[in-house]
Design a protein around this ligand. Structure first.
Ligand SMILES: Nc1nc2c(c(=O)[nH]1)N=C([C@H](O)[C@H](O)COP(=O)(O)OP(=O)(O)OP(=O)(O)O)CN2
Ligand code: ZN
Length: 144
């Protein structure tokens, strides 16, 4: 008989600042201006992003934790802070050279980065990004 363990959700919140410009290489300059409006401003604009990283997993009996937060902080530092904090996303982060730096794509990028650095990537449940206080995206690795 297998004994069941309680499953908990652990969230760590991280802030970072970055500049970007919404501009798609698939669209003409006129189409970009029409689609993205002021967010297509040639010299870009900035955000104070807030990211919520949520893990889901069994609470280990010995430690009482899903994951030690000190380990999660290291993963977040590598996946988010070293990569994007105080950067121009489109110019400093190679991923966004040909991918538009929308909040959706920032969220997916963070998800993929975390998956790469976590010892047990299956623990990653959700990445939620607040671009502004009113614009929020979350990603759970779903595809269709
Ligand atoms: N689907 C998406 N649409 C838009 C995104 C995005 O990431 N995904 N991003 C932007 C811009 O980057 C922009 O900075 C957001 O601007 P805006 O909504 O105008 O900013 P506020 O939340 O401060 O809202 P106000 O209504 O101006 O108060 C645009 N679209
Ligand atoms: Zn923006």
């Amino acid at each position: 008989m297998t004994s069941k363990r309680p499953v908990a959700y652990l969230t760590r919140i991280q802030h970072f600042s970055a500049a970007h410009r919404l501009h798609s290489p698939q669209l003409s300059d006129a189409e970009n201006a029409k689609v993205y409006g002021p967010c297509n401003n040639f010299h870009g604009h900035g955000h104070n992003y807030i990211v919520e990283v949520t893990l889901r997993g069994p609470v280990t009996v010995d430690t009482g934790m899903v994951m030690n937060i000190s380990d999660l902080k290291k993963h977040i530092n590598t996946a988010i802070m070293e990569t994007m904090d105080h950067k121009c996303l489109d110019k400093d982060v190679p991923y966004f050279k040909d991918i538009v730096s929308t909040t959706e794509n920032v969220c997916i990028f963070i998800w993929n980065n975390l998956k790469k650095v976590m010892e047990d990537p299956s623990l990653l449940y959700e990445v939620k990004v607040f671009e502004t206080a009113k614009n929020v995206v979350f990603y759970r690795g779903e595809q269709e």
